[in-house]
Ligand binder design. Structure first.
Ligand code: NAD
Length: 336
């Protein structure tokens, strides 16, 4: 089957393309390369265009009328940048996504899986959330995700769209076959910083925040291997109607599903796991939290299992191992 992947030249979108191909499906990539990498589009059907470009979408659906559904990954994703550049974030993630949704409805391809984020949840006392937990998006980035969920839900009610918002927890690792991985030069995510410290690209790893009410004081997250994340999308789009049937075909044609492991891991536990896999200790220090930091959360994974027939398979050590391998080889694939 053929699927449209917006943002398919990015970290997660390109991994979804690989998982689709490994399962005999064909991804069609729509990406402007505003942040993504042309290298990840090689040997794939690729349209270099903006998601809001109506004529590009008309061309795509004229040339590929057999596209069954869309995975909408395209977005700007850096939280601190969204604080300093809210106009850019609301334009790219909200205004342009709105145009994309309208085009998909008009062009007769109303099934959509949306890349949402766990960053829209409020912090709860025991840190474990489920899809019904209270929301409190605290950055412009998180608010763009929250807004797009609401807009998608309204489109599903009004225009016959069918939407699944997948709320990702904390993706780590790289494609196990090393086709893609983190592509930004200076990663801002915790594992990217650990890899950079191990490879000598930064001198010290900062454990930011050690006074949270967690078991060891450091922040808690739900680290999910990007390959497991990609597999969840394959299940969601290749059995789209089945997912809705198992959910009881809700009247609003809209579903929310958390994608995580079901286990919380603290930053200190992640560092210990990293040092074990790496085989050496790294230079680290404890500092105060960064502005806007929260204690964090992890998810109950029952709904994903019930609706997607999916659960994570790869342990955190595999995510660390693949991130390290990718960190070592990525400059042979990506030109910086
Ligand atoms: N990486 C994470 O930790 C994480 C966590 C939760 C949710 N998400 C969501 O997953 C999705 C993918 O994230 P990622 O980590 O792969 O990011 P990424 O930056 O690697 O990929 C995003 C891609 O979207 C493209 N893009 C952005 N705006 C576009 C536009 N207007 N038109 C066409 N293409 C455009 C970029 O060129 C890039 O290739 C995003 O929606 C993000 O919000 C990511």
């Amino acid at each position: 089957m053929k699927f449209l992947i917006t943002g398919g030249a990015g970290y997660i979108g390109s991994t979804i393309c690989s998982a689709l191909e490994d399962n005999g499906h064909t991804p069609v990539i729509l990406d402007s390369l505003i942040t993504g990498r042309e290298e990840f589009t090689r040997n794939r059907i690729f349209y270099k265009a903006d998601i809001a470009d109506r004529s590009a979408l008309e061309t795509i659906f004229r040339e590929h009328p057999d596209i069954k559904a869309t995975v909408h990954c395209a977005a700007l994703i850096v939280v601190p940048e969204s604080v300093s550049q809210p106009y850019e974030y609301y334009t790219d993630n909200v205004a342009k996504s709105l145009e994309l949704f309208k085009s998909l409805v008009d062009l007769g391809c109303p099934k959509l899986v949306f890349s949402s984020s766990a960053s829209i949840y409020d912090v709860v006392p025991n840190f474990m959330v489920n899809e019904e937990s209270p929301l409190k998006p605290t950055s412009p980035y998180a608010r763009t995700k929250y807004m797009m969920e609401m807009i998608l839900k309204d489109f599903c009610t009004a225009y016959g769209m069918k939407g699944i918002a997948l709320r990702y927890f904390n993706p780590i690792g790289a494609d196990p076959k090393m086709r893609s991985g983190i592509h930004v030069k200076n990663p801002s995510h915790v594992l990217g910083k650990l890899v950079d410290t191990a490879l000598g690209k930064q001198s010290t790893f900062d454990i930011t925040g050690v006074d949270w009410p967690t078991r060891d004081g450091s922040g808690i997250r739900d680290y999910i291997h990007v390959w497991d994340l990609a597999r969840a999308h394959v299940n969601a789009i290749t059995d789209f109607d089945g997912v809705f049937e198992r959910a009881g075909n809700p009247d609003d044609n809209y579903l929310v599903i958390n994608l995580g492991t079901g286990n919380g891991v603290t930053v200190k536990e992640l560092v210990a796991a990293f040092e074990k896999v790496y085989g050496k200790t790294i230079h680290k220090r404890e500092t105060g939290p960064r502005p806007g930091d929260v204690a964090g959360s992890y998810t109950n994974a029952d709904k994903a299992w019930r609706l997607l027939k999916w659960k994570t398979e790869l342990p955190i050590e595999k995510g660390i191992e693949d991130a390290l391998r990718w960190g070592e080889i990525r400059e042979t694939i990506l030109k910086f």
